[in-house]
Design a protein around this ligand. Structure first.
Ligand SMILES: [Mg+2]
Length: 183
């Protein structure tokens, strides 16, 4: 059960995911959560530095797709200026949204990673979908709705257990990064 909750890699922010680092991980496509991963929960736009990061990845031939549980119209408003495809109402932690997104990217699952800030939505969805999983720290978690904040203490407990057991990679240098690739 714990394995379903443990990301393959933990980083502070998506900005840590450079093209070089993704190449080491053999990741060519990213499924990107939106709220608290690319932007503050209530913000109308992604952070400017995140938009610049998306442009850098695009020029390095990294394919990207937004995968959010948000409604279609709202997620479309983020996807359009970024020039990215999207899957809205993804029903994470169910895997179906990740599967739809990997088909849009036309990449094998083992070359794709789900990137998000929530263990019980993004990581579990990615694990069930058979893609790699990367956990980021939430951007301004104090903005989150109560039902998300309720889950945070349990997330911290799971990650602390994993850390004490010497579990997943916590953002070490790329050549040391360990990402499960049995699929
Ligand atoms: Mg999120």
């Amino acid at each position: 059960m714990l394995k379903l909750l443990l990301p393959d890699l933990r980083v502070d922010t998506v900005l840590d995911l450079t093209p070089q680092r993704l190449a080491v991980l053999e990741v060519r496509g990213l499924l990107l959560d939106v709220d608290c991963t690319l932007k503050r929960y209530r913000a109308a736009e992604v952070l400017p530095e995140v938009a610049a990061w998306i442009d850098r990845l695009r020029t390095s031939d990294i394919r990207m797709c937004l995968v959010s549980n948000g409604h279609n119209g709202r997620i479309a408003r983020f996807a359009q200026p970024l020039g990215l495809p999207f899957v809205a109402m993804a029903m994470k932690p169910l895997p179906v949204g990740c599967w739809r997104a990997t088909r849009k990217l036309d990449l094998p699952r083992r070359q794709t990673a789900m990137v998000g800030d929530q263990l019980f939505a993004d990581v579990v969805a990615g694990k069930l979908a058979g893609v790699k999983t990367i956990l980021v720290k939430p951007i301004h978690p104090e903005d989150e709705p109560w039902f998300t904040r309720l889950k945070r203490p349990l997330e911290r407990w799971v990650l602390a257990r994993e850390q004490s057991a010497g579990g997943c990679d916590r953002g070490s240098e790329p050549q040391e990064a360990v990402v499960s690739d049995q699929r």
